[in-house]
Every structure is written in C-alpha cells, then in structure tokens.
Design a protein. Structure first.
Ligand SMILES: [Zn+2]
Ligand SMILES: [Zn+2]
Length: 341
C-alpha cells in the first residue's frame, strides 16, 4: 500500500499507528467523507499530506465507522470537528451531530503528569546513587547516612519540582472572616484537606477557614466564581502532582458522565460542610477534570480555528491535486457506500 511514511512538506516521519487497519501511519489525520479526501497531519510542521487516491477508500470507510462508534467530539465549528478515538486525533470535515465534550481531554494531562512524576522520581534515585557512591569513596557517608539519602532523594526531587511549580500558597488576597471579622489573606497548600467546598452548580465555591473560629458554622472567607475556580485548580493540581493512572482517569470520566456532565459533578460529590480531604480519590480527580472544563474548551476553540484555516488551504490544494484525476464513478460509489453504511 502506498501510504506515505514521511511528511510531504518537511520530511518528518509519521509514526506507526495500530488503531486502523487501512491507515497504519500518523497519529493525527483529517478526512472529508463528503469529498473523499484524506490527509495525514504532520506533528512537526502542522501541514497536511494528501493521501494518494488509491489508498484512501478503505481507510475513509474505516475512519467514518470509528468516528461513529468510538470517538469523542472535543470541539467543533460548522465546518470541522476535532475528535479523539484511542490514540488517534481526528479532524473530520463536515457537520458533526455529536455533543462536544471538551472536558474529557483533560484526562490526558493527568496521565502525562504521572509519567513526568515517574521520571522525576527516577532522576532523584539516580542522584542518590551518585551521592552515595561519591561519598563512599571519601568515606563521608556511613550505612545509615546512605540509607537516608537513598530513601529521601526521590521525594526531595519531586517535592522541589512541585514547590517550583506551585509555591506554598494556593490563594492570596484580601478578605475577612464573615463570623469574627479577622483578616484572611492567604491559603497555604498545607491546609488543603480541611478546605470546604460549596456544592454549587458549575464551579464550586471555596471557603478559606478562619484560624480563630476553627471551622465553626458560617465562618471563614468564601471565594466564588473565577477566583474560586482558579484556587481550586491550583489546590487540586498541587494535590495531584503525581498524576493519575489510565484506569483512574477512566473511573473519573465515568463519574462525570454519571453525574450528568462536569457542571453537575460538584452537586453530586460535595455535601455542605464536607472538607476536600473527605472527598474520595476518584471524586477528586473528577473534580480536577471538571474545574478545567472552561480552559480546555477555550484552548480547543483556538486549536480548532487554526485547524479550520489549515483545512481551507489544504482543501484548495487537494481540489487541484485530485482535480480531473478523480474517477467520478469511484467517488460516487464510495459516497453511496458511506450513506448506506
Ligand atoms: Zn511536516
Ligand atoms: Zn473568624
């Protein structure tokens, strides 16, 4: 089969994919079932390589089936939709009837974070080996010392990386306790598990507790709206610094779906007065995914605007390349098969 191995523009190699039988290259593909076009999208230069006509038809059919049965629509405009199915990112030209689920993509972030955390821990272990070996030769580190370094180095490295990323404070501002009037100006991460979240529709409010009132009813400072969302994103990001396994992310996704979407989730898992530390593991991961919905949605909207611009240019080229070469009967029979399937 004459599928390209490399990008036609920059020569960057398309990685192998096992998701499709008739399209064994590329992680990002674009297709137009109406016009019968199929492109591989280059990760290096973002340009689209038009797949030769004779290699298109089975792949197009397979793609359309995959989109119908398994894909999630992350974002769409009137002309293009961005979908994900397994390892594949798919740009489908034409109207998509499915519901957008931008929030779903954030699960990828949690999984990647776990990967990064593993590498950091490994780097800490390697550092410990070097430190122990180095001091052994100078006789500076006894067995107990070596054991201590060995035991703590990974945690020191990952802890340091977390501190660099987040600092000590989840929120800083000016406010006061609604019960006693004491000024409240910061929320350190160390107090995160006693943080109270209010189960509103959409983004939950965050109550920063007052040291004088010790979590008495109706005390502390209530953060709402964007400020609460931002604080919660930081707290959850800090708490989940080591990320989540694929299985855990799947559980979190199912919980969000069972709740009726990310905006309904807080109501489902938070009870009035229940501290964050008492929310289950899956619930907390789901919450982190849910509080990123808006960011994820706007990121995807930007990405999609760019994809649409690419599509316009590549479609113009494809029209010329396919042009008179397209055997019309072939295209017609393909369309009929798609419509029938
Ligand atoms: Zn390229
Ligand atoms: Zn107070």
């Amino acid at each position: 089969m004459s599928m390209y191995r490399k990008c036609l523009v920059c020569d960057h190699e398309f990685v192998a994919n096992e998701a499709l039988e008739h399209l064994d290259r590329g992680r990002k593909v674009a297709f137009d079932p109406e016009k019968g076009r199929l492109w591989l999208i280059c990760r290096a230069c973002s340009r689209w390589s038009l797949v030769p006509m004779e290699s298109r038809w089975e792949a197009l059919e397979e793609l359309e089936k995959l989109v119908r049965d398994q894909a999630r629509v992350l974002s769409r405009t009137d002309n293009v939709a961005l979908l994900r199915a397994g390892p594949l990112e798919i740009v489908r030209v034409g109207r998509a009837q499915l519901r957008e689920e931008a929030w779903w993509r954030y699960g990828r972030e949690l999984r990647q974070r776990r990967e990064r955390f593993r590498k950091l821990s490994a780097a800490g272990t390697i550092g410990a080996v070097a430190a122990i070996a180095g001091s052994w030769t100078t006789g500076g580190l006894g067995f107990v010392g070596a054991w201590l370094v060995w035991d703590r180095a990974p945690a020191l490295v990952t802890g340091g990386a977390r501190w660099l990323r987040f600092g000590n404070t989840a929120w800083r501002g000016e406010g006061e306790c609604i019960r006693c009037g004491r000024p409240i100006e910061r929320l350190p991460y160390s107090e995160r598990s006693s943080l109270i979240l209010t189960p509103d529709e959409g983004s939950p409010g965050v109550i920063v507790s007052c040291p004088d009132c010790e979590r008495a009813r109706e005390s502390g400072l209530l953060l709402q709206g964007q400020e609460a969302a931002r604080t919660l994103r930081r707290v959850l990001g800090f708490h989940h610094f080591s990320g989540a396994s694929g299985g855990r992310v799947d559980q979190a996704v199912r919980l969000i779906e069972a709740s009726g979407g990310p905006e309904r989730l807080p109501n489902r898992i938070l009870k009035r007065g229940k501290p964050l530390g008492a929310v289950g593991k899956v619930g907390r991961f789901a919450l982190e995914i849910a509080v990123h919905e808006e960011t994820e949605r706007s990121l995807l909207a930007m990405e999609l605007a760019e994809l649409e611009a690419h599509w316009r240019r590549e479609e113009e080229l494809a029209r010329i390349m396919d042009g008179e070469l397209t055997p019309l009967p072939l295209l017609e029979s393909f369309r009929r098969r798609l419509a029938g399937g």
